[in-house]
Ligand binder design. Structure first.
Ligand code: HAM
Length: 420
């Protein structure tokens, strides 16, 4: 029987996993600089958490969740996203009581959505996300956006743009909702059954329906921008002002609605503008979610965050021809000839590693030539050769691969020599 990786998932093989680690390291170090701390939540949660927060009428909840009944007859769901779990944890552990607010958190890990597989779209994908919970200051919106942009910048990506919108507060959204219902109702039979259901429950979701994308009423739908009340507009202006102060360029897109229900006010996406990138250009999405903590039983705790997919970041780097190429090389490769040399080599190898030097030796009993080839492939900076003579004299041959220089070094002096 042949087993294969499940559809929509992938194995991250050893020749690529170092690139993932590189991205994670960059993202973590930027979060550290911005004073965000890591949080780790479970990979599954009660199904209701996502139904209530992401929203009953969204594609994610209606079509894409991996939901199962556990042996205790509870409905559980593999997390499709990280915000609801983090806010759940914030409420459960009463982080609203922490002395320092907002509480600034980051996370990374697999998310699960049963989606149609295509380039850049997976059923298991890894998000790196940030949530700042407890402040409604527009400056924190700009901070979160800046942080996201800086992650991309530090990886070397340059063909990206920030797209920004305001979804307004509840009052603005309610007014817009009424306008949408009035707009779509007369011809709602021409839409798919999902959209028909959405009309009363959540007409905004009609706008991101993949089935009815081409319907003429889509382009003439009332824009949320025309329904923002004064408070919402003022908030949006302040966010834009802070972005200007930070020197961050953005493109205003009144049609950016995002596919999750918990958002209000600031909504943003970062897209790849690289020509080589596929049809799906969104690398990162985020926004403000005042009211989410209350939705799940907590006190008011306005928040904002984003999540990016590491898969798409790496694809974007490739599309720009900027994929990482500097795979970490080996410090030392040990070539041993014969059993006595192998024993001596093993002893030296252990010391090298104890001193933090990335080192390797041959375990396949190969000839000298084959061992030297391995040293080349692994881009070893130094090669140590030990044969019978070297064992007898308690020395090694040390070759510097950069300049080809080779010298005899006493075993006792080897570490000092390598540290030079
Ligand atoms: P989202 O827009 O659903 O937002 O997802 C965020 C990012 O995850 C997307 O921009 C995309 O890069 C990546 N992503 C989503 N689905 C897939 C997929 N099937 N395959 C590969 N990558 C994917 C959220 O998840 C929110 N929790 C973000 C957030 C955090 N908002 C506030 N805080």
């Amino acid at each position: 029987m042949n087993f294969k990786v499940p559809r929509g998932t992938q194995d991250i093989l050893p020749d690529v996993s170092w690139k993932w680690q590189r991205v994670e390291k960059i993202a973590r170090s930027i979060c550290d600089v911005y004073n965000y701390k890591e949080i780790r939540t479970p990979i599954f949660e009660q199904t209701e958490l996502f139904q209530r927060t992401v929203g009953d009428t969204t594609d994610i909840v209606q079509k894409e969740m991996y939901t199962f009944t556990d042996r205790g007859d509870r409905s559980m769901t593999l997390r499709p996203e990280g915000t609801a779990p983090v806010v759940r944890s914030f409420v459960e552990h009463k982080m609203f009581g922490y002395a320092d607010q907002p509480v600034k958190l980051y996370y990374t890990g697999p998310m699960f959505r049963y989606e149609r597989q295509q380039a850049g779209r997976y059923r298991q994908f890894v998000q790196f996300g940030v949530e700042s919970i407890g402040s409604a200051d527009p400056a924190i919106d700009a901070e979160v956006i800046e942080l996201a942009m800086n992650i991309y910048k530090k990886t070397g990506l340059s063909d990206i743009k920030l797209v920004l919108n305001s979804l307004g507060d509840k009052e603005s959204r309610d007014a817009h909702r009424e306008a949408l219902i009035a707009h779509f109702s007369p011809r709602i039979e021409e839409f798919c059954s999902d959209c028909q259901n959405r009309l009363e429950k959540n007409p905004l979701r009609i706008l991101d329906c993949k089935v009815d994308r081409e319907h003429p009423l889509m382009t003439t739908a009332p824009s949320l921008a025309d329904y923002l009340n004064e408070e919402s507009s003022a908030y949006f202006e302040k966010v834009k002002n802070y972005l200007n102060i930070a020197g961050i360029e953005y493109e205003y897109d009144p049609n950016l609605v995002r596919g999750l229900d918990y958002y209000n006010h600031t909504a943003f996406e970062i897209m790849s503008t690289s020509k080589g990138f596929g049809a799906i250009t969104t690398l990162c999405g985020g926004g403000r979610y005042n009211g989410l903590a209350e939705e799940i039983g907590g006190p008011p705790a306005p928040g904002i965050g984003f999540a990016l997919s590491i898969e798409r970041l790496l694809l974007a780097l490739e599309a720009e021809g900027k994929s990482f190429t500097d795979e970490p090389s080996l410090d030392v490769y040990l070539v041993t000839l014969g059993d006595a040399a192998r024993e001596k080599g093993f002893e030296i190898l252990s010391k090298l590693r104890d001193n933090g030097l990335r080192s390797e030796m041959d375990y396949m009993d190969r000839k000298m030539k084959a061992q030297m080839k391995s040293a080349d492939r692994l881009q070893a900076n130094h090669v140590i050769v030990i044969g019978e003579d070297e064992v007898n004299e308690n020395v090694v041959q040390l070759k510097n691969m950069a300049d080809g220089e080779q010298k005899k070094v006493a075993v006792d002096e080897l570490m000092g020599e390598l540290k030079k």
